[in-house]
Write a protein that binds this ligand. Structure first.
Ligand code: BGC
Length: 722
């Protein structure tokens, strides 16, 4: 019998239930009491030495000697902070995501963390929701690819390798669909939407070997996810055959009481464990002395054994039974220079050039005015970083130290929230005396993240007025945005010659922003989430269904160039079509948008076959689409080559476009490369949820293909399934 089975066979009821909880007990003496009582998992007690002290109690002073899972929200870095996940998604580069996760894992593991509550793969289409910053944006395919890359970065090929930690993919499922974008709110949806959008990145993450999954706070169909047996056990564990540990979110089990589906905490625990939860986050299964709060018989013994088996198997996979302690002398407590260089490169790769008339890149010469609250603010780390994270400096500090011969003036003009109107006049006066103005505007980190939803998506305070004030002077300027969510830019975007989206880029944000502003690095990221024209238009996302009355096509006529809802043809004046009377069509900046310092041309799109038989596709055959991409500008640069697809006639309404492939490639000036994409079952199919939720199908018919550098790609090919 193996170690896990032997242990399960010898454990008492109390010992089993104690394993099934992770406790938040920051006070060391209190924590030790829980560990001595056999609790299975703890939150990181802040150092390798403190972890070893608790592991010693667990391993040497409990009857069974089972080591601890030590969890922490390592979301985008531990000491050295990388860009937020939303920013990393903008890199459209899975290698960058994997590499920053590997770095975070190495730093966290050196301190004894062996479990992170990341990645968040919740598809998020409502920028009012503050947690959009923690995920990979609006597209299920992008979220799946990036989530899998992050899992590879944390877990590697073998969790026993030093520097590896277990991932927890969260929040299962639908959390990003919160009504009104208000955190923790109800998220109801059809099976069609659930399968094709919200479950999809979790399916990919489970297949990528995610060691654990975290349940979500929301309800679906009135059932809180912590008690949702059909999805937790039925889909995740049974249908997908996933063997990992299913953990609850913080007090998510207890929250079943205010949800109104459980009478009290013990009722809530019973419902959750029966639904398939393996670990409760909070500590409600035993008391501090390890006595089970539920009597044997109140929970199915087999379900409890299954949960314990999963937990012990993860501990075994992590090598904790053989190597429970971490070398204290090797704990990484500071951001090393190599780590800084890595997150700096990742940060530059995550920036998105929203618009540019040639103002950027700038040559840092002459007199430059730096204005806006983010000129001097060091608040670049973004949501979900801990107090011990390596801080960032300010962009003004970085510019001044890097270019000592340039004359910089700093005049903030406005704060994030409060300001003095006289300061705007001072900025206008100062601008006249300078050759260039750089405006650093945005949202402080605490305006996004958990419990940080906003109803207004404009720049807070009087920052828009600041931008308009600068524009009115006629002095050349560029705007750099530092923020955690897509913003509404309507009040100033037309007046700005150049706008760089810099997100919250982490410890090396200022260096990376300066690299990009000066052209030492290329801004080649693309938006992972659409920027709305107005909060009243939310949710606005590219992969929408066409409706029976699309404003873009004037009814049933199909015109591919305008189908995506971005380009308004003459017939948008048609009254009985789907639109707002007071708003232009489409978002301000759509998913996949972003320019750069060079230009690219696409040509010669071709298919290895113009069609395939359905049985061949089902048997795994695939066609290849190739396209040539030429860097037509004078500089080397990166291009994000994207392939969108549309199922032209299907049994259910399909998105007007959906991303089915992308690759970020470095192309030298004048060079042409050929990029290939596969077309198989995965790209052409969908979950036929209304008929049979677990059926993934490809239907015969025509498919439109749109390869290019953005969603506006017009270079179309068709492909037929016969
Ligand atoms: C969040 C989770 C997080 C957990 C533990 C919760 O409030 O929703 O994402 O992992 O806290 O810190």
């Amino acid at each position: 019998m193996n170690r896990v089975e032997e242990l399960v066979g010898s454990m008492t009821w109390d010992e089993k239930l104690a394993q099934m909880q992770v406790v938040f007990r920051p006070d060391p003496a209190e924590l030790e009491r829980w560990v001595r009582a056999g609790t299975g998992a703890i939150f990181w007690p802040r150092s390798a030495a403190a972890v070893n002290a608790q592991q010693r109690v667990a391993v040497e002073q409990t009857r069974l000697g089972i080591p601890l899972l030590v969890g922490l929200d390592v979301i985008h870095g531990h000491r050295t902070i990388a860009p937020t996940p939303l920013a990393l998604a903008a890199s459209f580069d899975p290698d960058t995501v994997q590499e920053t996760a590997r770095l975070a894992a190495a730093e966290a593991a050196s301190g004894g963390v062996n479990w992170t509550f990341s990645p968040m793969v919740d598809v998020s289409r409502d920028p009012r929701w503050g947690r959009v910053v923690e995920g990979f944006g609006e597209d299920p395919y992008l979220a799946g690819v990036m989530g899998a890359a992050m899992i590879r970065g944390y877990q590697g090929g073998d969790l026993r390798e030093p520097g590896r930690i277990a991932a927890a993919v969260k929040h299962f499922v639908g959390y990003g669909h919160a009504e009104g974008g208000r955190d923790y709110n109800t998220a109801d949806m059809s099976e069609h939407r659930l399968r094709n959008v919200y479950l999809e990145p979790f399916r990919v993450a489970a297949a990528a070997g995610a060691a654990s999954v975290m349940a979500a706070f929301n309800t679906i169909g009135g059932k809180p996810m912590h008690a949702h047996r059909r999805l937790l056990t039925g889909v995740l564990k049974d249908e997908w055959g996933w063997r990992g540990v299913l953990v609850g979110d913080a007090d998510g089990v207890g929250n079943l009481v205010p949800h109104g589906v459980a009478a009290d905490l013990l009722d809530a625990v019973q419902q959750s464990v029966r639904a398939g939860l393996d670990v409760e986050m909070g500590g409600s299964l035993t008391d501090a002395d390890g006595r089970a709060l539920l009597a044997p018989g109140t929970l199915p013994a087999e379900r409890v054994d299954d949960a314990v088996r999963r937990i012990l198997t993860l501990k075994d996979r992590l090598g904790l039974f053989d190597r429970p302690y971490v070398p204290e002398g090797e704990e990484i407590t500071e951001a090393a220079s190599l780590a800084r260089a890595q997150v700096r490169a990742a940060a530059a790769r995550s920036t998105v050039l929203l618009k540019n008339d040639g103002t950027l890149p700038v040559t840092p010469r002459g007199r430059i005015l730096l204005t806006g609250p983010y000129a001097t603010s060091a608040d670049h780390l973004g949501a979900w970083t801990q107090s011990f994270a390596a801080p960032a400096g300010s962009v003004a500090g970085e510019l001044i130290s890097r270019y000592p011969r340039t004359e910089f003036t700093v005049e903030a003009g406005v704060g994030f929230y409060d300001d003095d109107p006289a300061d705007l006049a001072a900025v206008a006066a100062a601008a006249e005396r300078h050759d260039l103005v750089l405006v650093f505007a945005g949202e402080p980190s605490d305006l996004s993240g958990e419990a940080a939803s906003r109803s207004d998506l404009q720049l807070p305070g009087r920052q828009e007025e600041l931008i308009r004030t600068v524009a009115a002077t006629g002095v050349p300027f560029a705007v750099v945005l530092v923020n955690g969510r897509p913003l509404v830019t309507a009040g100033w975007i037309e007046a700005a010659p150049a706008v760089l989206e810099a997100w919250h880029l982490g410890t090396e944000a200022p260096a990376a922003i300066v690299d990009v502003l000066t052209g030492a690095a290329e801004p080649a990221g693309r938006l992972p989430m659409s920027f709305p024209r107005s909060a009243g238009q939310v949710p606005v996302y590219y992969a929408h269904e066409n409706t029976g009355r699309p404003a873009t096509t004037g009814g049933t006529m199909r015109s591919e160039a305008v189908d995506i809802g971005l380009v308004g043809p003459d017939n948008v004046t048609e009254k009985y079509t789907s639109k707002y009377l007071d708003l232009e069509l489409g978002p301000q900046f759509e998913f996949g948008h972003g320019s750069g310092y060079t230009t690219f041309r696409y040509a010669n799109a071709r298919l290895s076959a113009h069609g395939l038989r359905l049985d061949a596709i089902e048997a795994g055959e695939r066609a290849i689409m190739n396209i040539d991409v030429t860097n037509t500008g004078g500089r080397d640069g990166d291009e994000v080559v994207q392939l969108y697809l549309r199922d032209l006639v299907s049994s259910v309404a399909q998105p007007v476009r959906r991303l089915v492939g992308f690759t970020r490639r470095h192309i030298s000036a004048g060079e042409t490369i050929t990029v290939g994409f596969e077309l198989g079952m995965e790209q052409l199919g969908f979950w036929d949820a209304e008929e049979n939720p677990a059926r993934f199908v490809v239907e015969p018919g025509m498919f439109g293909l749109y390869p290019g550098g953005s969603l506006r790609a017009t270079c179309e090919l068709t492909f037929e399934i016969l």
